[in-house]
Structure formats: C-alpha cells, structure tokens
Design a protein around this ligand. Sequence first.
Ligand code: 5RP
Length: 249
Amino acid sequence: MHIFRCFTQIRRLTKMTSLESAKKTAAHTAVDLHVQNNTIVGIGSGSTVVYAVERLAERVKAEKLKVQCVPTSFQARQLIVQHKLTLTDLEINPRLDVCIDGADEVDNNLTLIKGGGGCLLQEKIVASCARELIIIADYTKNSQKLGDQYKKGIPIEVVPMAYAPIKTQIENLFGGAVELRMAKAKAGPVVTDNGNFILDWKNFQQDYNWENVNTKLNLIPGVVETGLFVKMAKKAYFGLADGSIKEQV
Ligand code: 5RP
C-alpha cells in the first residue's frame, strides 16, 4: 500500500515537471521568435506567461533590447515591474507589435477559451490592439473542440448587479449550467481586476458557431466580455511532453 502511494506520488510529480517544462519551452519559443529590438509587447496573464517574462528579461539584459510592455492584468503588471522591464499602456502605445498570452483551451480553428485566471477583459482588449496574438501553452490545452479538455467552463465577465439574470438568460438561450465563480481565500465571489464578477458556463454543446455565440453573449445587458477569443490568435505554440514544440496556425 505504501509503495503504491509512493509510486502514485512520483507519477504525479513527474507529470507536474513535464507540464512546467512544456510551458517553459512554449514561452521561450514565442519570446525568441516574436520579440526583437523596439518591439511593443502585450504581456498576458497566468502561469505560462511567467516563463515568457523571465525569458524576455533575460534577452533584454543580454541583448540590450529596447522593449516596452503592456500588461493585461494586475499580475502581468507586477511581473513587468519585478523583472525591471519597461512598463507602458494603451494610452501611450495604442498599437502593439505582438501580444503573448496563455489559454485554457485552443481548438483546431485557434478559437480560445481564456479567463481561467479571471483576466479575460484586459487580455482581450490588449490582444485586439496587437498585430499578432501568440498563444503559449502546454500540451493539455490542445483540443479538437472547445470543452474536450477544459471542463471548468467558458468564463464570462459581468457587472455584479446583473449576474443572476445573465445566468438565467444564458442557460435559457444555450443550455448548460452557469455558475458564479467563488473565491478560494475570501468569502463570496471572485472580483476581477475591473471590479466585476465571473460566470463560468459549463456543459455547453460543442458544435456551436463560436463567433455567433460570442456576439449573442456580448449583447446581453450586463455582460462585459467573454472568454471566447474567436479569430484573434495568429499562432499557438504548445510545449509537448517529450520536450518538443507543436505549432498551430
Ligand atoms: C487568465 C488566462 C490565462 O491565459 C489562462 O488561464 C492560461 O493560464 P495558465 O498559463 O496558467 O495555464 O486567460 O485569465
């Protein structure tokens, strides 16, 4: 029994290590191929982006690059500051060369689910200002259809007072189940960087035209933005378990 538990623990640790190194490989590849001197870069949010910022800081120092960074969240802003990179914003730089960001799931059309970390609104705004949105992810994010891998639902940022009617409207319009995302280390719901709530739409049908669904969701009063990124990403780099990279365009 004890040996069995040790074996399971080792397997879990090995999987964690291979996931982290897959994230790192994807992040390094994107920074190496899409950032040059004078690039204005959007910095996404989440755990994979941490590796991208580390690599960016390394290259800026080693190659004396001039790079300006637009954050997509409080976390991204902190990463930029901590790594002594140049912080800028959309007021000063409304056009970006590239935005490098993670994703919760990527389907075979490069449609994304984002917002697992609750940062989808600023992520979508910054990505929409970039010439190219480059996605970095480990192999578990690579799907045929949305919902194949990611079971936590499609995040939708909403104005707090409207969360209950929006939940009902989405369930009536599209089926599935919509849940208010609750905080883990605080009583009550998750509050986003923009002071809003997040609804997670679970158990949705998988054969939707996601562009239409996204438009319809955005028309519901009180919906601020959805975590569906349709026709936005130019390329995704997936780090694979064997250390190689898969590119999807
Ligand atoms: C945050 C996001 C992230 O990009 C997404 O959750 C992926 O995160 P990770 O790199 O930790 O897997 O959309 O809102």
